[in-house]
Design a protein around this ligand. Structure first.
Ligand SMILES: Nc1ncnc2c1ncn2[C@@H]1O[C@H](COP(=O)(O)OP(=O)(O)OP(=O)(O)O)[C@@H](O)[C@H]1O
Length: 364
């Protein structure tokens, strides 16, 4: 048999190389199609492309975990809440602007050779339910124009179970790529609460990873990233976490003046009877949260509407025939807020459980 020629060798090498490439793609295809998260990853990729397009950063390279995190971004223009709609919290709004918005939008104001002007990388809003914490966070997102990551703990734990640590690190790496950025965690106590023996190992690892990456922010003054947390239960948050949130704002049940401001805002566009007695309404809503006040206003506002509908149906008319421009609903009266028998504001106040009311200094 004649010895193989150089040409034959070259041919064999090419065939071998092609078969290896084909094998590589075949294995990759099989592994991809076996991946149970394939559809979710595809979805996340599509969503992240959309988000990057909206942010004007189409060519940004992200890994698949960062793509998942991009699904948590809220755009300022998608938020309808502004600071003007929040009543009674002006001093807190001003402090939040100074500690969250300006450091992100005007970082040059916070740099000094001494390093004394360092910006806080953690801000906590705490207080009983329904008092405006989420509203404040949303308004901050809208007015700061920073990238706002509304981080749901379920995103870190459910989607790619077992890879939570990679998702946690993606939160921070994506935030760095998209700074200025606010990472908002509502009910932060559920995620970063004190360790319990019943905690899953993954939760502990995730928390440790989160804390160490958070420390990375605090040691680098140039990073314009802030972690903003909200909670009803500040006492459940791990002490180590509280230390990373030196700026804390107590959003308590509104006092008399605050209730007056909130009611002013809520009833601003409502037709009211002449000389509507705001003072009595304010006095009778002691211990109401902002959310309770909203509910009371909504219920009261329904009364004239219900009356109109009933009077129309008893007179044999059909509401569908009424010209919307001619609908004449009477102005709201103070008595609409009260049940006929007594002076209890409607609805019977929802169960506000003023959970642990902690003043910032008590948290230290
Ligand atoms: N200060 C306020 N000014 C105007 N409206 C308010 C205020 N506080 C609460 N509200 C009303 O109550 C609703 C619920 O408030 P929000 O969700 O911000 O409360 P929260 O403190 O985040 O409660 P939770 O702790 O239960 O999440 C708001 O959508 C708004 O209608």
């Amino acid at each position: 048999m004649p010895p193989p020629t150089a040409k034959k060798y070259a041919f064999d090498v090419v065939v071998f190389a092609i078969s290896q490439v084909a094998l590589y793609y075949a294995v990759k295809y099989v592994l991809n199609s076996l991946d149970p998260m394939r559809d979710k990853k595809k979805e996340a990729k599509a969503r992240s492309e959309q988000v990057l397009g909206k942010l004007g950063r189409k060519n940004m390279k992200l890994n698949e975990y960062e793509e998942a995190i991009l699904g948590e971004i809220i755009f300022p223009e998608e938020i309808s809440v502004s600071f003007k709609q929040i009543g009674g919290l002006d001093p807190i709004i001003q402090s939040l602007k100074e500690s969250v918005i300006y450091p992100l939008t005007h970082p040059h104001l916070f740099t000094s050779p001494s390093g004394l002007l360092g910006v806080s990388k953690g801000v906590l809003l705490h207080g009983p339910p329904g008092c405006g914490k989420t509203m404040l966070a949303k308004a901050l997102a809208r007015e700061s124009k920073a990238t706002f990551i509304n981080l749901h703990v379920s995103t870190l734990t459910d989607k790619w179970f077992g890879e939570s640590n990679k998702l946690v690190s993606a939160v921070f790496s994506a935030a760095k790529k998209l700074e200025p950025c606010i990472i908002f965690i509502d009910e932060i106590d559920a995620f970063l609460r004190e360790r319990r023996s019943s905690d899953h190992e993954v939760t502990g690892m995730m928390k440790a990873e989160f804390m160490s990456l958070w420390d990375g922010l605090t040691t680098n003054d140039n990073l314009r990233i802030i972690v903003l947390g909200a909670t009803n239960r500040p006492n459940d948050i791990d002490y180590a976490i509280l230390r990373r949130m030196p700026k804390r704002f107590a959003i308590s049940l509104p006092n008399k003046e605050q209730r007056r401001s909130i009611l002013d805002i809520m009833l601003k566009n409502q037709r009211l009877e002449e000389n509507f007695d705001f003072d009595t309404l304010v006095a009778k809503t002691d211990k109401f949260s902002g959310s309770d006040l909203k509910e009371a206003c909504r219920n009261a506002a329904m009364i004239p509407v219900r009356e109109y509908m009933r009077s129309h149906s008893t007179s044999g008319g059909d509401l569908a025939d009424v010209d919307p421009a001619k609908v004449d609903i009477r102005p709201l009266k103070l008595s609409d807020f009260f049940v006929p028998e007594g002076d209890i504001v409607q609805p019977t106040k929802s169960t506000v459980t003023p959970t642990v009311e902690v003043e910032p200094e008590q948290l230290d």
